[in-house]
Design a protein around this ligand. Structure first.
Ligand SMILES: Nc1ncnc2c1ncn2[C@@H]1O[C@H](COP(=O)(O)OP(=O)(O)OP(=O)(O)O)[C@@H](O)[C@H]1O
Length: 258
């Protein structure tokens, strides 16, 4: 059973009155969300509710037409994607964003070196005893990929690619991590390992995690709080149990009558 995260003085992420209109259509409408530091929060909602658009707005891929986004109290609404990354915001995408030709270890080593602000090259042959390679190996062990260190990233299974993305996020030392459908396409036998990796990500770094996931049962067992989106708005934020029992949510999301 999850322990609800109490509201703290300063939110790691605060979304205030966020709105997005595109070509006369309202995609996001007055979205408010406070996420406490170190919380693991799930975002659910029917297809087209605006979950990915919310992630796009928070990560800077799209500019909202109304409202503000604050990271650790700092207004990042007008910041670019790289500026937000430097401020400590990391994200995985529904489609994988790894270097498929490089080894699993190399993918993480590059992220380690980038986070340290050092120069890195895709083209020189690194020693496995480099400090960055050793750190990469530690991170890969922590997400259960020790057996794939030298595999090409493009050759490993879908669930392992998701774990690799988490190892990359660990390497970047992001303080706020957005996971967009990490379980999508993952074989049922790999789900438990991936859940462990997400827990490990949070335990090791103390980061705040916001995740969109359609795999509701898995999500409910993993997160502290659930935010429910419906037609571009957040209609409820509560513990998984309260959300499952909320008649408005049942009506809007689960398709049963309130
Ligand atoms: N660039 C865009 N131009 C026009 N409409 C858009 C754009 N991006 C998103 N939309 C629309 O906004 C709505 C929300 O889309 P979004 O992808 O955020 O939903 P979602 O909740 O993530 O859905 P899913 O669960 O299917 O991934 C949808 O109706 C979508 O068609």
């Amino acid at each position: 059973m999850n322990t609800p995260v109490p509201p703290l003085g300063g939110a790691a992420l605060r979304v205030e009155g966020l709105g997005l209109d595109i070509g006369g259509a309202t995609i996001l409408k007055d979205v408010d969300l406070d996420v406490a530091p170190g919380a693991l929060v799930g975002v659910i909602g029917p297809n087209g509710a605006g979950k990915t658009t919310l992630f796009n707005a928070v990560s800077g891929v799209i500019r909202p037409t109304a409202g503000r986004i604050l990271l650790d109290g700092v207004d990042i609404t007008r910041d670019s994607v790289p500026q937000r990354a430097r401020a400590g915001l990391g994200r995985t995408f529904q489609t994988s964003s790894l270097f498929p030709q490089l080894s699993v270890r190399e993918n993480v080593r590059i992220a380690v070196q980038a986070a340290e602000g050092g120069s890195y090259s895709l083209f020189h042959f690194p020693k496995k005893t480099d400090a960055a390679s050793i750190r990469a190996e530690e991170l890969l062990r922590s997400v259960g990929l020790a057996h794939h260190l030298d595999s090409r990233a493009g050759d490993i299974g879908h669930g392992d690619k998701r774990k690799l993305e988490i190892a990359v996020l660990l390497a970047t030392r992001s303080r706020l991590v957005l996971l967009d459908e990490p379980m999508a396409g993952v074989a049922s036998g790999d789900v438990a390992g991936l859940v462990d990796s997400i827990r490990g990500l949070q335990r090791e770094t103390g980061c705040t995690v916001l995740m969109v996931e359609h795999h509701i049962e898995v999500l409910m067992g993993l997160v502290d709080l659930v935010a429910v989106m419906y037609f571009g708005n957040i209609i409820a934020v509560d513990t998984p149990q309260q959300i499952m029992e909320n008649p408005t949510v049942q009506s809007a999301y689960l398709g049963t009558s309130a």
